[in-house]
Ligand binder design. Structure first.
Ligand SMILES: Cc1cc2nc3c(=O)[nH]c(=O)nc-3n(C[C@H](O)[C@H](O)[C@H](O)COP(=O)(O)OP(=O)(O)OC[C@H]3O[C@@H](n4cnc5c(N)ncnc54)[C@H](O)[C@@H]3O)c2cc1C
Length: 537
């Protein structure tokens, strides 16, 4: 196994390079399928389509290669934030956060978010998937259906559990290896508060009121195994798959109400590439609504404002932006403890109110301090750990709008966090529970004091507004459903437009209870299944 480029032998990796060099020197004017965005969902779709040798697939990615230590070494994930592998969006100043304008990172490059994220694999709760089935009117989105797909795609490395886990799929999932003593302390502290402990957060725990567990990770042989590595790299030596990096999709080309291809910018040149069968947008929850609007699909008044001819009035495009919001609480270590692997190896889900159907609190332990720019003023210890204590089902919704008709311009992103007063209420319960856990005796051997909010500090609205940050789980901006504000139907087809589908975090009818890359992989699998059926592949 080559350590610097996981996923194949030297010989295979050379074949991949040779094949892709040949494909690029021979770019065709048309492919059967064009998949825009090589992120969590797009990687899955490109792979599943390319498995059929008879169809040609073009995978277009704005960013570059993932063959970089900052991507492949799990410990280095924070170094990607603000780098060229991050779109580096900035949210609008938010009056509910005292005017703060939060940075909104999203992955740019092969693997998308799955190449810069924290590698946690979290499937979403039974209640999420059953809600998706209800909203779409299609049992293919139900929990039982998603569970079947998870079993099929996972290559689970923990204790065998055939009802919940698969062991022959492309996605290498392993329980955190050799976790930090601080992760052990979290499991003990939660246990002493009556929160049940599970062998894995995926499986039974996601059918219940919640619990605590070591995290499941996309790490293999000590290296990040992104969804691009899991899905695309193993088939990148096939002649029917062309991977076009450093290429920006500018708009979908339409002939009336039919998608015919895409316009791209590559090396300063603008090209049109046609799709014989379909175009799939998998450019993530911020860039997908932007691309739809640039293509004339969106709210009529917004498109008019930017002089974009209307192809289809779909007022829901860009609306409904949802994200998990987190409030970091930090404890100072007695003695420094170096982070293990990714520095996030234990996770906890719980309810703020017993009558809820599913957990509404989501905690990921981070084995180093992660303050917000405001809470840092309370004093960041040189060595410590942070509980990323978040809302799993926030009520607040925001939006993505165009700033300009220029495809190179960033859109306006307004997540509108904490705008719904119910979220502040839940946030108070969230931080209360977080402190109860962090100040539990189980941490005493490792921790000397609570640094943020700080011993005796009140959990008031000001603290919550200062502490709020994104969990980087943006979704819901091209929602699947049957109502007037939905954008795609249960088959992920854009309402009223032929041969155009959206398949990424944008389509989620609500954010899942947990980190979002695994649900995005399911969206990719569903899209591919639908396309293969539709086109007889
Ligand atoms: C810092 C960070 C940490 C995270 N941690 C976790 C975690 O530990 N676990 C987890 O489950 N989730 C995590 N997430 C979230 C997770 O990575 C995302 O939910 C997931 O990647 C979204 O998948 P997607 O397919 O919707 O979009 P993405 O994965 O973002 O993929 C979209 C792709 O499209 C490309 N693209 C966009 N616009 C264009 C264009 N115009 N032309 C061409 N290409 C374009 C992008 O460059 C990108 O590669 C994290 C995210 C971040 C940013």
């Amino acid at each position: 196994m080559n350590q610097s480029v996981p996923g194949g032998s030297e010989e295979f990796n050379r074949r991949v390079r040779d094949n892709q060099t040949q494909r690029l020197s021979n770019l065709k004017p048309a492919y059967d399928f064009i998949v825009c965005g090589a992120g969590a969902s797009g990687s899955v779709i490109a792979r599943r389509l390319a498995e059929n040798a008879d169809c040609s697939v073009l995978l277009i990615e704005a960013g570059g290669s993932d063959e970089d230590e900052a991507v492949l070494n799990p410990a280095l994930w924070p170094t990607n934030l603000g780098s060229r592998r991050d779109w580096g969006f900035h949210a609008e100043p938010n009056p509910h956060l005292d005017g703060r304008a939060l940075p909104m990172s999203m992955g740019k490059g092969l693997g998308g978010g799955s190449s810069i994220n924290v590698m946690v694999w979290a499937r979403g709760h039974r209640a999420d998937w059953d809600y998706f089935a209800e909203q779409s009117g299609d049992a293919g989105w139900s929990y039982e259906a998603a569970l079947g797909i998870y079993r099929r795609i996972e290559n689970w490395q923990g204790a065998p559990d055939p009802h919940y886990r698969g062991s022959s799929g492309p996605v290498w999932v392993q329980p955190a290896q050799n976790p930090s003593p601080i992760a052990d302390a979290l499991l003990s502290a939660a246990g002493s508060l009556g929160i049940p402990r599970y062998d894995s957060p995926n499986g039974r725990m996601m059918e219940t009121a919640g619990g605590v567990a070591y995290a499941d990770m996309l790490v293999r042989d000590g290296r990040r195994n992104s969804l691009y590595r899991a899905y695309v790299h193993p088939v990148a030596d096939r002649p029917n798959l062309t991977i076009l990096t450093d290429t920006l999709v500018r708009r979908v080309l339409l002939d009336g109400a039919t998608a015919t291809g895409v316009e791209v910018e590559r090396g300063g040149e603008i090209l049109s590439i046609m799709a014989g069968s379909e175009v799939v947008l998998s450019t993530g929850a911020i860039n997908t609504p932007k691309l739809l609007m640039l293509s004339g699909i969106g709210d009529r008044s917004q498109l008019d404002r930017h002089g974009i001819p209307l192809a289809r009035h779909l007022p829901g495009v860009g609306r409904g932006l949802q994200d998990h919001v987190s409030f970091g609480c930090t404890w100072e270590y007695r003695q420094p403890i170096a982070p293990h692997t990714s520095g996030s190896e234990a996770t906890l889900y719980w309810k703020s109110r017993p009558e809820l159907e599913a957990p509404d609190l989501l905690f990921c332990q981070v084995e180093f301090p992660v303050p917000s720019e405001r809470t840092a003023a309370r004093g960041v210890p040189d060595h410590g750990w942070t509980m990323f204590a978040g809302l799993a089902q926030p009520y607040s919704r925001g939006e993505v709008r165009l700033r300009s008709a220029d495809p190179a311009a960033a859109p306006l992103v307004d997540p509108n966090m904490l705008s719904d007063p119910r979220d502040l209420e839940t946030a108070r319960a969230c931080v209360r529970l977080c402190r109860e856990i962090g100040n539990n005796a189980a941490f005493a051997p490792h921790v000397q004091r609570e640094a943020i909010p700080g011993v005796g500090a009140a959990i008031d609205d000001q603290f919550l507004r200062d502490a709020a940050v994104t969990y980087w789980h943006q979704c819901g901006t091209a929602r699947m459903g049957m109502d007037d504000l939905s954008v795609v139907d249960a088959s992920l087809a854009v309402h009223g437009i032929d041969r155009l589908r959206v398949a990424d975090g944008s389509i989620l009818p609500r954010v899942t209870t947990g980190n979002t890359q695994a649900p995005c992989a399911i969206v990719g699998e569903r899209a591919a299944e639908i396309l293969r059926r539709r086109h007889g592949l």
